[in-house]
Design a protein around this ligand. Structure first.
Ligand code: DC
Length: 228
């Protein structure tokens, strides 16, 4: 079986991780959620009381930061200096911290090799904001997954409420717009649609419809479908 490398980019709440999990399962390939790496750096900045926007405060911390990614029972776990971060990186506060540290050149350089190493070792679907444009410019398939602001915010609200977090749709929509703006206007590796990516707008598709369309795109580009 040939190696296959899939880059999945798109704004927050478009459903990248749900799609990537399904594709990983159906094609039997590894899934790397790169947002979790930025969230982990954000968590470390918070633990060390560093301003996540300040390169001078964050860069020196990277020397004492060790991030490991293990796939345990098919689920990605991130270890920060030997300790599993679990759901501590999945709060609205950590979304903002992740977005802030992700604009720092030293943080992006620090995480680049970890991400590329995955694609060298195995077939992978990797999701993030700059996967097709910077991390894996030679990926076999590039998908840009998106949906309207309202649909994305509604999905994220439901997800957070299900986790017991006390949020409203309006707060989530406003945070999401701020974060999308910051991510797409930063100087280094801004979140963009790679030129050679296929856009998949799932505003009007359910999860299964999104997976079906993504598998069609993968098959069109590589000749490889879920039955192969
Ligand atoms: O996908 P996510 O919401 O977990 O990502 C958290 C933040 O990390 C997001 O606001 C932007 C940043 N990020 C990035 O800059 N590049 C990536 N490849 C993945 C995430």
């Amino acid at each position: 079986m040939d190696k296959i490398v899939i880059a999945l980019d798109g704004p927050s709440g478009a459903g990248k991780s749900s799609l990537a999990k399904q594709i990983s399962k159906r094609l039997g390939i590894v899934y790397l959620d790169t947002g979790a790496l930025y969230r982990t750096v954000g968590l470390y900045a918070k633990k060390m009381s560093a301003d996540p926007h300040d390169e001078k405060a964050v860069e020196p911390l990277l020397g004492t930061l060790d991030i490991d990614v293990l796939i345990e029972d098919g689920v990605q776990q991130v270890y920060l200096n030997g300790e599993c971060v679990g759901d501590a990186i999945r709060t609205p506060e950590m979304s903002m911290y992740a977005s802030a540290v992700s604009a720092l050149p030293s943080v992006r350089a620090f995480l680049l090799e970890t991400q590329r190493g995955f694609a060298r070792r195995s077939s992978v679907i990797m999701d993030g904001r700059d996967i097709g444009s910077v991390v894996l410019p030679d990926a076999d398939v590039k998908i840009y997954l998106t949906a309207s602001d309202e649909v994305r915010a509604m999905r994220r609200t439901k997800e957070l409420l299900a986790k017991g977090q006390n949020v409203t749709f309006e707060e989530v929509l406003s945070d999401m717009k701020k974060r999308d703006h910051a991510d797409s206007t930063r100087a280094v590796a801004p979140a963009i649609k790679p030129e050679d990516a296929v856009t998949l707008d799932n505003s009007e598709l359910d999860e299964e419809g999104t997976v079906k369309r993504a598998l069609e795109i993968i098959e069109e580009k590589t000749g490889r479908g879920s039955g192969q």
